[in-house]
Design a binder for this molecule. Sequence first.
Ligand SMILES: C/C(=C\COP(=O)(O)O)CCC[C@H](C)CCC[C@H](C)CCCC(C)C
Ligand code: CDP
Length: 190
Amino acid sequence: MASWPIFSNSVEARYFASLVPLVNCLRLVINGFSLVTDEGLVKSVTREGNPGELLRGPLYYVLMLILCAVVFWRESPTGVISVAMMCGGDGIADIIGRSFGSQKLPYNQRKSWAGSISMFAFGFLVSIGMLQYFSALGYFQLDWIGTIQKVALISLVATVVESLPITEVIDDNISVPLVSMLTASLTFGS
Ligand SMILES: C/C(=C\COP(=O)(O)O)CCC[C@H](C)CCC[C@H](C)CCCC(C)C
Ligand SMILES: Nc1ccn([C@@H]2O[C@H](COP(=O)(O)OP(=O)(O)O)[C@@H](O)[C@H]2O)c(=O)n1
């Protein structure tokens, strides 16, 4: 019988899994350029209801998901942590920061202590939770004392980078996962 890519041990599995963010990438591009108009997508994913917004944060988000799936898949803690920091950490920073972020950071008046502290804590917890899940499934074995220390460092580095006033230069849906990949690769060696 042909080895269907859905068998997750196959080489093709990572590419098959990447089809989901890829389809969403195409949705974002065709709606972002107004080739079609999906009002629900625009309203749910943009801030001002401008379709062009789809071509920035949301598009970078799904491109990073594809990158993590194809390059790191589930064989390395690096991809897992990078997704956790972007989806969990950066995501909660927005929510908490908007609601409770009255105390702004001294070097960036657009970001707050509440947002950054929540990014560090939630990014750390989601990363550890996902690593435990993938480890329980047998994809990799980790020394948990060392792992906790490494993930804390990765969360700190990603949180500091996210807090910097560089969003106009590089979107944090690019900077956060990339700096997480770099730090995780250096600390985990993979
Ligand atoms: C709203 C989104 C990004 C905006 O980020 P920001 O500019 O506010 O920082 C996310 C856009 C989601 C996209 C339309 C659909 C994503 C599909 C993806 C396969 C979902 C998997 C997510 C899971 C948590 C890994
Ligand atoms: N570290 C952070 C991150 C976001 N935030 C708040 O969340 C809002 C959106 O953050 P952002 O510009 O990074 O948006 P995303 O593109 O990350 O969703 C900011 O304008 C702040 O009000 C914060 O207070 N502290």
